[in-house]
Ligand binder design. Structure first.
Ligand SMILES: C[C@](O)(CO)[C@H](O)COP(=O)(O)OP(=O)(O)OC[C@H]1O[C@@H](n2ccc(N)nc2=O)[C@H](O)[C@@H]1O
Ligand SMILES: Nc1ncnc2c1ncn2[C@@H]1O[C@H](COP(=O)(O)OP(=O)(O)OP(=O)(O)O)[C@@H](O)[C@H]1O
Length: 297
């Protein structure tokens, strides 16, 4: 009998001895860029939420480490040592001691380099999965330290709950905003990749002020994604995505996530989100459209 797995997403049947983790898509509901730091990174203030869907990682005990990748966005993604799943596994081995192994399988459902943190979410899912698979019981602060060594967004992806994120991504504060969990959401990517480093380099260096994330209405009314103009400059089709989303019936907020090109829209009801998804798929050949909800904390 395969083990019962509380985190198992629908449609994924684990094999004998396999564990499964979802790598939830990250969405920056607002992203304020405050300043360029001496280390070259930018100080951010961002309200992170997570979709209830994403990539799916499964793993079982094996000799050595291996990774295979399948799914709609598997093409072009290397499964070697450069993959963030492998980097996460190596970092775990460094911590818990060599001599353990795992055969990992990634179903890549999220577009790569698209502002929804797929690679970061995969790395965090690998840390959670291997901690369970190897019964390593790494204390949470240690896991968070390993996570930050893998990327700015990986600590937030570890918990995959709504969080106010500051600094480079290492200062996390739980954000239990009323009205967030379960909110119907569309993620839309027009099929272009944009480089995060390039978008930051093109930011106009104007500090437009703090993010007040005390209520969802406040984040909708006063929040921004300060990287939107730079990303639109690199990939003008992002402006078309935002215009399309903003004219959908029932939309409460449409904004770009991270450094783009993926944009998101929040809806009042699931029926409105479904209708918007169907219309976009009809009208825009080649755009990726995912209908989901904000994951509950
Ligand atoms: C902008 C966000 O999407 C917000 O969630 C993320 O912080 C980006 O995280 P990421 O894709 O993992 O990016 P990283 O690999 O950390 O950074 C890529 C490059 O983007 C720039 N970068 C990134 C994050 C940051 N706070 N300041 C930056 O200036 C740096 O040039 C860095 O070399
Ligand atoms: N498992 C992985 N999934 C996606 N990208 C990966 C993975 N492993 C390594 N990478 C590399 O990491 C880079 C960033 O990918 P990712 O999908 O996380 O970007 P992103 O969505 O723009 O992230 P962010 O929202 O944090 O800016 C890509 O250039 C890709 O080649």
């Amino acid at each position: 009998m395969p083990p019962l797995d509380a985190d198992m997403p629908p449609g994924v049947a684990p094999g004998v001895g396999e564990l499964t983790e979802t790598a939830y898509a990250k969405v920056n509901l607002a992203l304020h860029v405050r300043e360029r730091r001496a280390d070259g990174y930018h100080a951010l203030e961002s309200l992170f939420v997570f979709a209830q869907d994403g990539d799916v990682l499964t793993g079982r005990i094996a000799d050595g480490l291996s990774l295979s990748i399948e799914g709609p966005f598997a093409a072009g993604l290397e499964a070697g040592e450069g993959n963030l799943v492998m980097k996460a596994a190596r970092a775990m081995l460094d911590h818990v001691g060599q001599g353990r192994g795992a055969a990992l399988r990634l179903v890549k459902n999220l577009p790569v380099a698209s502002g929804i943190g797929g690679g970061s979410a995969d790395a965090a899912a690998a840390l959670r999965l291997l901690d369970r698979l190897w019964d390593a019981r790494v204390p949470q602060p240690e896991l968070e330290r390993i996570a930050l060594s893998l990327g700015s967004d990986v600590p937030a992806c570890l918990a995959s709950t709504a969080q106010m994120v500051r600094g480079r991504g290492e200062v996390l504060e739980r954000a239990d905003l009323a009205g967030l969990p379960g909110t119907p959401m569309l993620l839309v990517n027009p099929g272009v990749g944009v480089s995060t480093a390039q978008v930051f380099a093109d930011w106009d260096q104007v500090d437009r002020g703090v993010l007040n994330a005390s209520s969802l209405d406040g984040v909708i009314a006063d929040g921004r994604n300060d990287l939107e103009p730079a990303a639109v400059g690199i990939a003008p089709v992002i402006a078309d995505v935002l215009a399309d989303l903003r004219q959908c019936a029932g939309v409460r907020l449409a904004r770009m996530s991270g450094s783009g090109a993926t944009c998101f829209a929040l809806f009042g009801t699931q029926a409105e989100a479904q209708a918007a998804a169907a219309a976009l798929k009809r009208r825009r050949d080649g755009w990726w459209v995912m209908e989901t909800r904000i994951r509950a904390a």
